[in-house]
Design a protein around this ligand. Structure first.
Ligand SMILES: Nc1ncnc2c1ncn2[C@@H]1O[C@H](COP(=O)(O)OP(=O)(O)O)[C@@H](O)[C@H]1O
Ligand SMILES: [Mg+2]
Length: 483
């Protein structure tokens, strides 16, 4: 074959079910690296037969990138595209076909034989992007310097992520879009009741999707840790971002907030404030960790305890030209973000985090070692409203079931009817009160009680050894706790 002049660098072959990641991230990264991509939704000529356009894509691009996922393997079009690419270079000598493994799946033999680039959960994504750009012919010299790395981030209270975080693909894509291309909203408030997976999502996203090259300065702060008042956050964030040059104890609180907001005018900083409800009146008390969400909150309950926190939020949500970003994960939206009518301050967006996707819940159960059909697992999860914390607990109980460990049938004996809920609620209070301070702190860290939670729950949540059976009844007269 003649050494062809190609009009494009890469044809992206993918399943439309994976379009969120492909268009939202993959395409952007490829084009940002200066490569010319050809992609169906934008580059197919309207009205031309799709099969012709696929052919044109494959022929006119130096490489064909296939995004392998279970969806891809199910899609007939995608198969056609990669067969065309292989026909042009059957032994893949010029490495014309590049398989990118986005989610684990059974690859057909003719693709399985080629080495793929690993983008699955848990893979080294920095490495994967480098490999991908190199395979597409991007010379390493023109890569941006990779120096600012995650080690330079200030993760004050790393989230103790239990195994098998699953799904939340659309939410991760939403966060990516907000971070990368929503210049009008420097502040995002991610809201949901306790246990809906706010912290887990944001932590997973931060550590997997946020690129340290673009975001060299990150602060992750959880308001459930020891002394993690807003003042403390302010002082430590300023110290980190100024490289030790600004000492918040030497200036007034307001001046400190002004300095911090001033720094957000420069690009490259993301502040994540997790468990922000703790800064609000409604959850400011010592026992916020086990406080239910069911209480009706008056408007003033959504005011910040610290006037500095309000001053800060108002600044971020109203000042023009902020190029850095602030993300709140919170059970309640702070009232200070609201403008007149039902509107929010101009620079603020709010997003409600919803239940887990049922298919992801099934995948999660299987990963946790629960056996059952798709339908059986869904039927067990449904009564819990696909609430991630409840699902994690349920899966834990099923796996440790005495009679049928791991069998989904065990779910049936775990009833969620309302009198049981009542009973469990009391068990929770008793159990909480019997804990010593470090164990209460553990709960504080987990900080995810949505309301009624039983003793079994506490056990399933605890790090092994943190809660022993002895903790159960023995109210050992700790610090006065109010009810
Ligand atoms: N996508 C997910 N996959 C698996 N487990 C999850 C997922 N989201 C949340 N969880 C689990 O649910 C529990 C509560 O999540 P968390 O993020 O702490 O809730 P929130 O911050 O909203 O109160 C945690 O044990 C967490 O591991
Ligand atoms: Mg949380």
């Amino acid at each position: 074959m003649m050494q062809a002049e190609y009009e494009f660098d890469v044809f992206i072959s993918y399943s439309s079910k994976d379009k969120e990641w492909v268009r939202g991230e993959l395409l952007k990264r490829i084009e940002r690296a200066g490569l010319k991509a050809f992609i169906d939704y934008r580059d197919f000529r309207p009205g031309a037969p799709s099969i012709k356009e696929c052919e044109r894509g494959v022929e006119q691009c130096r490489k064909t990138l296939i995004v392998l996922t279970p969806n891809y393997l199910k899609s007939g079009w995608a198969e056609l595209e990669n067969i065309m690419a292989q026909t042009l270079d059957p032994a893949n000598e010029s490495l014309r076909l590049i398989p990118l493994l986005k989610a684990r799946c059974e690859k057909p033999l003719r693709i399985g034989a080629l080495t793929h680039i690993d983008f699955t959960d848990g893979a080294d994504l920095d490495l994967a992007w480098r490999q991908l750009l190199a395979a597409l012919g991007k010379r390493a010299v023109s890569e941006p310097p990779k120096e600012p790395r995650r080690e330079r981030w200030f993760l004050a209270h790393p989230y103790p992520m239990p195994p098998h975080f699953t799904g939340r693909v659309a939410e991760r894509a939403m966060l990516n879009r907000w971070l990368e291309s929503d210049a009008g909203h420097p502040l995002l408030s991610l809201c949901a009741l306790g246990g809906f997976g706010k912290s887990a999502l944001v932590w997973h996203w931060l550590t997997h999707d946020v690129q340290p090259g673009d975001w060299p300065c990150i602060v992750w702060w959880s308001f459930y840790e020891g002394d993690s008042s807003f003042d403390r956050f302010l002082a430590e964030a300023l110290d980190y971002l100024s490289g030790g040059k600004i000492d918040a104890t030497e200036i007034s609180g307001k001046a400190a907030v002004r300095e911090l907001v001033q720094m957000l005018h420069e690009p490259g900083t993301l502040l994540v404030l997790d468990g922000f409800e703790r800064v609000l009146r409604a959850f400011g008390g010592l026992n916020a960790a086990y406080q239910g969400d069911e209480a009706k909150h008056e408007n003033q309950d959504r005011d910040c305890i610290s006037p500095l926190a309000e001053f800060f939020l108002r600044g971020v949500a109203t000042l023009p030209d902020l190029r850095s970003k602030v993300l709140l994960a919170t059970r309640l939206r702070p009232r200070v973000l609201e403008a007149k009518g039902d509107r929010l301050l101009v620079g603020c967006r709010d997003v409600e985090l919803e239940q887990m996707d049922p298919a992801d819940a099934v995948a999660f159960f299987r990963a946790q070692g629960v056996r059952g059909t798709h339908t059986e697992i869904e039927a067990a999860c449904e009564p819990y409203g696909y609430h991630p914390l409840s699902l994690r607990l349920l899966a834990g109980l099923i796996v440790s079931d005495l009679q049928h460990p791991g069998d989904i049938a065990a779910a049936e004996s775990l009833d969620v009817s309302s009198d049981l809920v009542q009973r469990q609620h009391h068990v929770l209070l008793a159990a909480y009160d019997s804990l010593d301070l470090s164990r209460q702190a553990l709960l504080g860290r987990i900080a995810c009680f949505r309301g009624p939670v039983g003793y079994e729950t506490l056990k399933a949540l605890a790090v092994p050894g943190t809660l022993s059976p002895d903790d159960r009844g023995g109210a050992s007269g700790q610090e006065g706790k109010s009810k």
